[in-house]
Each structure stands twice: as structure tokens, then as C-alpha cells.
Write a protein that binds this ligand. Structure first.
Ligand SMILES: *Cc1c(COP(=O)(O)O)cnc(C)c1O
Length: 394
């Protein structure tokens, strides 16, 4: 009998420097393991209220419809798109990587008439191009990714939000990877529907999707003539559980909400500005180190994310062997390239807790060995020395 019972869970210790999930602080794991209470327990209702208040601070918004959807970042994407779109509505989706592509797919499934604007991997959208599309297609919604985790590209959205409003469109923004790692100003920038995920720069396990809807977006939800296609993600019902009558909709993943509560406490304790500065500094140190080892970054200068470093794999180097060596010899997980960048680019995440000098220095030292063991010439210690020089400057 016992032969059919697998051993108890005992995961290896990893350093998570990929595109997510990222390292989880012990106090967040402890909150995850706290005793479960009922989803209508007064204690849990208080936790939900506090979660909403903390999410508003992190999103920098006063939006009353701000909560954590039960599901990962992609559930946040579906929540935003499914609630804003009714069959036949026009939506323009900006695609410069995997996640923009996913948003276009979700929009089509919701019955939108989708127009896709495309940019090559690593590049970003010029507001003038978007304005032309807004004029010619007059969409109800424009969807765009703030931090394209598949490429490391940073798309600024402030000016694009203004253009959307001038042309009576709502702007839906994917902030899965940016939230908690770089500025996301929902109110100051006028973003209408924003979603994120817990396992990137918020340093929480995957499982919840913070979302926020502006009053303009809420008016659009109230004007709907057809029901939202997804029962589970229908904000009209979900919001009554989070705010109004506390009517049972679905059983909230109680312990995941505990974990997010602790993760957000930690974000706010550090302070958003300090957290953004830390992400930026570790990015600069990693970049200096990688370049000193003869490596170059993919993408475009001035449009790179601090939390997702897309590094070109040198010619003649085997991607899979190097990543296996990092994992097996050092316990470091990084990501491979996707789509046209498969085998060509490494995606090194410095997200949330994982964005640390210790991780940067260890990674550079480990990578030096991986490069040398495949016959590449690297000046000894050059990466670590260049990174340390950045740390000493600041
Ligand atoms: C990770 C990610 C998603 C999807 O989130 P899941 O948690 O994997 O469902 C969506 N958009 C971006 C930009 C992401 O980085």
C-alpha cells in the first residue's frame, strides 16, 4: 500500500531569478501557513478591507473597485478584458511580446473586434502611432502592457492614457511585472483598468491578481447590456463580496489572501520609492557586470525594465546547458527566451525580494563559471568587480 504514496513535499532551495515566481520572504510563507478561517469570518472580512486599502496605496489610486481576483495574473487579464468588453465592442491591443499577444487572444474570446498593433520584440510603442489607431478604429478599449516580461521592454503609458481619453477610449494596462518594482500611478496617469499578479515584484506566491477599475471603467461596467461572459470573474458579483452585501460568490482562497496581506505590508514598510530605487540599482549593477563580461542586453536603450533583464546569449554558447548548470550547481533559476528570442536571450529577473546585491553578485560569479566551462574567455572576476563598483558609487 505505502508504495503508492509519494514522499512528502520537500522542494529544493532555489534562488528565483527568472521571469516569476520570485523569491518569497519567510514572513509571507508564514502568513500562508496561518490557520484557515471561514471566508465570511469577521477576521477575514477585516483582512479583505485592509488588503483593499493596501492595494490602493500600491496602485496609487483612490478607486473603490480595487481588490485581489482569485487566480494568477492571467485571471487579472481576463477580469479586465471580460468586464470591459461586450461582444462586438472594438478593442485595440498593442502587441510587442507574449503578454500583449495573450491579451489579444483573451479579447477575441470575449467577442471583441480586435485590432492588433505590433512592434518587434524588445521595442515599444510611440504614442503617435497609437493616436492614429485611436482615430481610425475608435475603440472602446485600448490594451497595453506596461512591463513586457517576455522581452524586458518598459512601455510608458502616461501619454497614451491621455490620448485614449481624448478619443473616448478606456485604457487597460497589464502591470503584472511592474507593480511593486517601478512606478505605477493609476490615478495620476489616468489608467482605467489595471491588473497585476502576486508572484513578480510583490514577492508573494502565485495565486491572486490585484485589479483596480477607475470610475470611468465602473460606468462602462454599469452600462453593459449583456452579462459578463465569465461567471467567476464578473466584477458585479465579486465586488458585492469584497465590498457591499458580502454575498457569497465563491470561496476566497483565504490563505493566499493572508500571504498577499503580509507581502503588501512588507512593500509598504520598505516604501514604494525605496523599493523602486533598489530595483533600479540592482539592475544597473547587473548590467554593468554583464557588460564587463562581454555580454550585451537585448532591447532598446532607455526602455529597459529594472526587474527583467534580457541578456543576449553569446554566439556558440548552449542556452540549455548554461541554465542547467546555473540550476544544478548554484540553485539559480533564470528564464530562457520566448518566441523569436528562444535560445537567443536569457531573462534574468530581479523581482521583489530577489532584487538584491547578494543575488546579483552570486549570479555574476556563477555565470562566469558557466561561460568558461563552455570555452568562452571571460576576464576573471570582471563581472563582480563592475557590479561592486556600481554599489560603491551609491
Ligand atoms: C506573468 C505575467 C502574466 C501572466 O501571469 P500569470 O500569473 O502567469 O497568469 C501576464 N502579463 C505579464 C506582463 C506577466 O509578466
Amino acid at each position: 500500500m505505502s508504495a503508492s504514496i509519494p514522499p512528502a513535499i520537500c522542494p529544493p532551495r532555489r534562488i528565483l531569478m527568472g521571469p516569476g515566481p520570485s523569491d518569497i520572504p519567510a514572513r509571507v510563507l508564514a502568513a500562508l501557513g496561518a490557520p484557515t478561517v471561514g471566508h465570511l469570518d469577521p477576521y477575514f472580512l477585516k483582512v479583505m478591507d485592509e488588503l483593499q486599502a493596501m492595494l490602493r496605496q500600491v496602485f496609487r489610486t483612490q478607486n473603490s473597485l480595487t481588490l485581489a481576483v482569485s487566480g494568477t495574473g492571467s485571471a487579472g487579464m481576463e477580469t479586465v478584458v471580460d468586464n470591459l468588453i461586450e461582444p462586438g465592442d472594438r478593442m485595440v491591443v498593442c502587441v510587442n511580446g507574449v503578454f500583449g499577444g495573450r491579451m489579444a487572444d483573451v479579447a477575441r474570446r470575449a467577442g471583441a473586434e480586435v485590432t492588433v498593433l505590433e512592434r518587434p520584440y524588445g521595442e515599444v510603442f510611440d504614442p503617435a502611432v497609437i493616436e492614429t489607431a485611436l482615430k481610425s478604429h475608435q475603440p472602446k478599449v485600448l490594451g497595453i502592457v506596461n512591463a513586457e516580461t517576455s522581452t524586458g521592454a518598459h512601455q510608458s503609458v502616461e501619454e497614451i492614457a491621455k490620448l485614449c481619453h481624448q478619443h473616448s477610449a478606456l485604457i487597460a494596462v497589464d502591470c503584472v511585472t511592474s507593480l511593486g518594482g517601478m512606478p505605477v500611478e493609476v490615478d495620476a496617469w489616468g489608467l482605467d483598468a489595471v491588473y497585476s499578479g502576486t508572484q513578480k515584484c510583490l514577492s508573494c506566491p502565485p495565486g491572486l491578481a490585484p485589479v483596480t477599475f477607475s470610475s470611468r471603467a465602473v460606468e462602462a461596467l454599469d452600462r453593459r447590456t449583456k452579462k459578463v461572459q465569465s461567471w467567476y470573474l464578473d466584477m458585479q458579483m465579486v465586488k458585492d463580496y469584497w465590498g457591499g452585501s458580502r454575498a457569497y460568490h465563491h470561496t476566497a482562497p483565504i490563505n493566499m489572501n493572508f500571504a498577499l496581506h503580509e507581502a503588501l505590508r512588507q512593500v509598504l514598510e520598505e516604501g514604494l520609492e525605496a523599493r523602486f530605487a533598489r530595483h533600479q540599482q540592482n539592475h544597473l549593477a547587473l548590467k554593468a557586470g554583464a557588460e564587463a563580461m562581454g555580454l550585451s542586453y537585448a532591447g532598446v536603450d532607455g526602455h529597459r525594465l529594472p526587474m527583467l533583464n534580457a541578456i543576449q546569449i553569446p554566439d556558440g554558447l548552449d542556452d540549455v546547458i548554461a541554465r542547467k548548470q546555473l540550476l544544478n550547481d548554484y540553485g539559480i533559476e533564470i528564464g530562457g527566451g520566448l518566441g523569436p528570442w528562444k535560445g537567443k536571450v536569457w531573462r534574468v529577473g530581479l523581482m521583489g525580494t530577489a532584487s538584491s546585491a547578494a543575488n546579483v553578485l552570486l549570479f555574476l560569479a556563477a555565470l562566469e563559471n558557466c561561460l568558461i566551462s563552455q570555452g568562452k574567455q571571460v576576464p576573471a572576476g570582471a563581472g563582480v568587480a563592475a557590479a561592486n563598483a556600481v554599489y560603491r558609487q551609491n
